[in-house]
Design a protein around this ligand. Structure first.
Ligand code: BGC
Length: 399
């Protein structure tokens, strides 16, 4: 069966591409909170030069073009643009203009993320997303980005996975500032929602036609059994992590960006009076995530109720030896197709990631790239699965 995603509502070509983020690929992002945090970690767990994408973006975009991509998602690094409070770095803004001009030259549609997990140090050290004026500080940066770059950006993604970020930073203690407080978790989620809502207005005031959305990480939750306790537990988790943020930001969405990685079973444990998550059965990626393409169909169908265009803004796996990636892409694109057939207006798919990159607290060991990066020489080599993705794209275009 040939996978053939199509745009069912606008007659525009379906967008196929890959995604990256600034801190994970650019290298030398010395002004953000992650860089500061990494300094306290072993050298091999630091981002350092990352994939040196800041200097090699032209080469990387040529690879994307060669692989048939007609869209690309990347993020601006706030701490480069505003390294000190209120000081705007024209060189950094100029750099991102060059990035966007290059994509335009190659006829690759850009999706630009404004916040992908990292914060300027000056912001983080003074309370970051817990500050009552966090949203105002963020929207000033958004305004500057829109002023300098907005004419080249048809699609903006204000925030990447705000609920997951808050949970890892303020509840799970995994990411900086590694705290555990339900109050702080909630406060940061609230401020991020306000930030999205204000940024949405700012971006539209500047360019009425621009499309603005969010990238949300949606997990495909399933009750571990048919018992009503498991079903209620599952609905609660789904509401808390998947749906609540939409309620807080509705209707400020021109499209929905969905990042999908895995499916999880939810069980109510009466003895410990708690909700327990467990993995579903099946093949696993190098970081142990179970591969479950049908979960993508499930999360896409779960947002049908919003009656909004949808883009899969991330989907991928860590697979150093490229054994599973080709089937992974094929199966997940079939899931997209099934969601389209059931009436979800899916208009694009971005594989995570174009390049191997710095995988946050896991360092550079997990390899998510369609293109492998040799971190010693920084040379790039296209993995075979990237050509499978390319042939799927060509078939879908009727080529
Ligand atoms: C994040 C990426 C990350 C990927 C794989 C997503 O949740 O947006 O930054 O690399 O997951 O872990």
């Amino acid at each position: 069966m040939v996978t053939k995603c199509y745009n069912i509502s606008m007659g525009q070509p379906f967008l196929y591409g890959a995604a990256t983020s600034a801190h994970q690929t650019e290298g030398n992002n010395v002004h953000n909170d992650w860089w500061a945090w990494e300094m306290g970690r072993p050298i091999e767990m630091r981002s350092g030069l990352a994939a040196d994408h800041y200097d090699r973006f032209r080469e990387d975009f040529r690879l994307a073009k060669e692989l048939g991509h007609n869209a690309h998602r990347f993020s601006l690094e706030w701490s480069r643009i505003e390294p000190k409070r209120g000081r705007w770095d024209k060189q950094a803004l100029g750099h991102y203009r060059h990035v966007l001009e290059e994509l335009k030259k190659l006829e690759i549609t850009p999706f630009v993320t404004l916040h992908h997990f990292t914060n300027p140090r000056w912001f983080a050290e003074r309370g970051g997303w817990l500050r009552s004026d966090a949203a105002e500080l963020f929207t000033r940066y958004v305004q500057t980005a829109a002023d300098y770059l907005g004419d080249l950006v048809p699609f903006w993604i204000t925030l990447n996975e705000p609920v997951l970020w808050s949970s890892l930073a303020y509840w799970q203690r995994r990411w900086p500032p590694q705290q555990r407080s339900l109050i702080k978790f909630n406060r940061s989620v609230h401020h991020l929602a306000v930030a999205h809502n204000q940024a949405y207005q700012v971006l539209h005031r500047k360019h009425a036609q621009t499309q603005v959305g969010l990238a949300r990480n949606l997990v495909a939750y399933q009750p571990a059994s048919e018992s009503w306790l498991d079903r209620v537990a599952c609905q609660t988790v789904d509401w808390w992590f998947n749906r609540r943020f939409y309620n807080m930001t509705w209707p400020q969405h021109d499209f929905l960006g969905i990042n999908y990685y895995f499916q999880t079973k939810i069980h109510w444990e009466t003895k410990s009076f708690s909700i327990v998550q467990s993995d579903t059965q099946g093949e696993r990626s190098d970081v142990g995530w179970t591969i479950a393409p049908d979960g993508l169909r499930q999360v896409l169908e779960s947002v049908r109720r919003y009656k909004c265009p949808v883009y899969v803004t991330e989907n991928g796996l860590a697979d150093r030896h490229d054994k599973l990636r080709a089937d992974f892409i094929r199966d997940h694109l079939r899931a997209v197709e099934r969601a389209q057939e059931s009436g979800v207006d899916v208009r694009g798919y971005f594989h995570w990631s174009l390049l191997d990159n710095y995988e946050w607290d896991l360092g550079v060991t997990p390899r998510f790239g369609l293109v492998a990066v040799d971190y010693k020489t920084m040379s790039r080599s296209i993995r075979p699965s990237a050509y499978v993705y390319k042939s799927i794209i060509e078939q879908a275009r009727g080529g």
